[in-house]
Design a protein around this ligand. Structure first.
Ligand code: CA
Length: 478
């Protein structure tokens, strides 16, 4: 439904009771009959943005998520800038600015985990189709090219991880770096290539192997890790909706010899769970525990509109990997921290609503999804659903009604496409008629969430987006 921007759209079809029920239980998916046309089919991805190729790790009590920021329906012609999402509890994520300033504006994909070595941190992003080592003193950056002038004004083949002059050489994309217990580093990349990484962390041993696998075909997004003395190599097959992960393992070394397990599929499209094309992600372990997690992108919005999900990775007694029980619901907090209770929003109004979008599946697909953009989706506790204003709404706003006046101390807004920046105005009111300025900023700021510290008593909060993409994944009011 598209409305005149000047008109008020009252979204009163959902009663306050149902909204409370949704807030308390996250049960939006459980009551489709009550919420017809307002179901969120995308569940609760980890990050409130479209990201892919995620690499997650814990560094000094903080989870870091480096990833490809997707180009929003632009295919591989473009990508978002390098930002690193961080979280203390694995539920509330945030970023601010760019961690690799000179790479902004380039095609920036699959940055890998940040590897600590030689007193520094190294990442290995694929930039304009080639892997480049980059270095910084901190995992927050700023990173710069490790092997060449920190600039992309012209091609720098000498700055890439591998020589790119040989057309038959092993240059590729999607670096995954692993350091063994003896401190030897290894790098794995596209088409199942692997080699030792020299001590400088920026040059590669000349002995490059191709890891043998029982399943053939194009492969990218390799994952490598070690658990209880076993080395695991996970490789993708296919792509898009047919993306899947299989694995081989070695009891000897990171470069083999490898054994082929009987049940070797880790993840594949799961129609029952409505998970389509689980692809390029990572495996990470919470240090000090035997808890492993499988991170994957999901393809059900088509094109480069991917979101990233996390499920538990579990093992059998003999060390073999169990097929991942794929869900769109996530794993919740991994390290709970104190968080003030969110205020309940009992009614939402917005200046307009973007028309529903029917996702175009690939040929012969069973994917049937329609995305709605109602304002309630900014308050449903799910990172897969969002309110978006109509495209022609030049003065868009959204109002949260708390039902009665409350003391409010903070507002956290997770805008759609935060990497392009937002400016907005935040007003508050006790009666819905007289408004006072509460926060916001007029400068374009690249971050998420946008936080306003407040010390007010109000029943209504009104947010007017003055610059940036006109939509909100989530708005938390404390
Ligand atoms: Ca949402």
């Amino acid at each position: 439904m598209t409305t005149n921007p000047s008109a008020t759209v009252s979204q009163s079809i959902i009663s306050g009771f149902i909204l409370r029920f949704i807030f308390l239980t996250g049960a939006l998916l459980l009551c489709p009959s009550m919420l017809k046309a307002q179901v969120n089919p995308f569940g609760n991805p980890l990050i409130p943005d479209m990201i892919a190729d995620a690499s997650i790790q814990e560094i000094a009590g903080t989870f870091y998520c480096y990833a490809t920021t997707d180009g929003y329906d632009q295919g591989l012609k473009t990508s978002g800038p390098p930002v690193v999402w961080k979280s203390k509890d694995f539920v509330h994520w945030y970023f601010s600015g760019f961690y690799f300033p000179s790479a902004v504006g380039q095609l920036y994909w699959a940055p890998s985990k940040a590897i600590e070595a030689n007193g520094k941190y190294y990442i290995y992003p694929t930039i304009n189709g080639f892997m480049y080592p980059a270095v910084a003193d901190s995992p927050d950056g700023p990173f710069k090219l490790a092997k060449g002038p920190d600039s992309f004004v012209k091609p720098f083949s000498s700055a890439t991880l591998l020589k790119t002059t040989d057309p038959n050489g092993p240059a590729g994309i999607d670096a995954e770096v692993f350091i063994d217990d003896d401190h030897q580093a290894y790098v794995f990349w596209q088409r199942k290539h692997a080699a030792k990484l020299n001590n400088d962390m920026v040059t590669v041993d000349t002995a490059v192997i191709t890891i043998p696998t029982p399943r053939k075909g194009y492969s990218e997004g390799p994952i490598f890790f070690k658990r209880k003395g076993i080395y695991y190599f996970l490789y993708t097959l296919g792509g898009h909706e047919n993306y899947q992960y299989a694995y081989v393992f070695s009891r000897k070394s990171p470069l083999g010899p490898f054994e082929f397990p009987k049940d070797d599929l880790v993840s594949t499209t799961d129609y029952a769970s409505q998970v389509f094309g689980p692809g390029h992600g990572c495996v990470f372990n919470v240090p000090g525990t035997d808890n492993y997690y499988f991170v994957f992108l999901e393809y059900s919005r088509g094109s480069t509109n991917r979101q990233t999900y996390v499920n538990k990775l579990e093992f059998n007694e003999d060390g073999s990997i169990r097929p991942v029980n794929l869900t769109l619901t996530g794993v919740g907090a991994l390290c709970p921290v104190r968080q003030d209770r969110k205020r309940l929003v009992v009614e939402v109004k917005a200046s307009s609503i973007r028309p529903e979008l029917k996702i175009q599946p690939v040929k012969d697909s069973l994917l049937q999804r329609t995305e709605a953009f109602v304002p309630q989706f900014a308050f449903d506790g799910a990172n897969g659903s969002r309110w978006m204003a109509a495209p022609d709404d030049s003065a868009c706003w959204i109002v949260a009604d708390l039902g009665k006046p409350h003391k409010i101390r903070q507002s956290d807004v997770y805008f759609v496409r935060p990497t392009a920046g937002h400016a907005y105005r935040l007003d508050y009111s006790t009666d819905g008629k007289t408004w006072f300025k509460g926060g916001g900023h007029s400068n374009l700021s690249v971050r998420s969430p946008h936080t306003d510290e407040l010390a007010i008593t109000a029943r209504y909060l009104k947010l007017s987006i003055t610059s940036g993409v006109k939509g909100i994944w989530e708005w938390n009011i404390y």
